[in-house]
Design a protein around this ligand. Structure first.
Ligand code: 5GP
Ligand code: ZN
Length: 113
């Protein structure tokens, strides 16, 4: 847990979020500024600053993020979706607590901007 991390605050219940899934190690919630009709984030409760900070001990946790995210997308009625992790400010990372975006419900361009 990091005191000033906005996603740790969501985990602690200090900031509200539209939660889609929660267990002892993961939380999924809708993005506050959705970039697609379906746009939610899956985060570990462990504060990890980003993809480049993942260690071998996190491998199962990060794998669970993908499985749970896919299950939520399917439950929300979306078979086609994009999974995005941003690492570093130049890649668009604005919150330095690792998070997996899942976006769907519209045509998505490739390569992304
Ligand atoms: P990044 O740009 O770091 O990859 O993604 C951060 C995402 O978190 C953004 O899409 C942004 O809209 C979302 N976000 C930032 N603050 C909050 C918040 O307080 N609540 C929710 N639900 N989403 C947030
Ligand atoms: Zn955090």
């Amino acid at each position: 847990m990091a005191d000033n991390c906005i996603f740790c605050k969501i985990i602690r219940g200090e900031i509200p979020a539209a939660k889609l899934f929660e267990d002892d190690e993961l939380l999924a919630f809708r993005d506050i500024n959705p970039a697609a009709p379906l746009h939610f984030l899956v985060i570990p409760k462990k504060h990890i600053s980003g993809p480049a900070a993942v260690t071998t001990e996190d491998e199962q946790l990060i794998g669970r993020m993908l499985r749970i995210g896919g299950e939520i997308a399917k439950k929300e009625g979306f078979d086609d979706f994009r999974v995005v992790f941003n690492n570093g400010a130049k890649a668009g990372q604005t919150v330095f607590h690792i998070h997996m975006h899942i976006l769907g419900g519209r045509d998505l361009n490739w390569p992304p901007g």
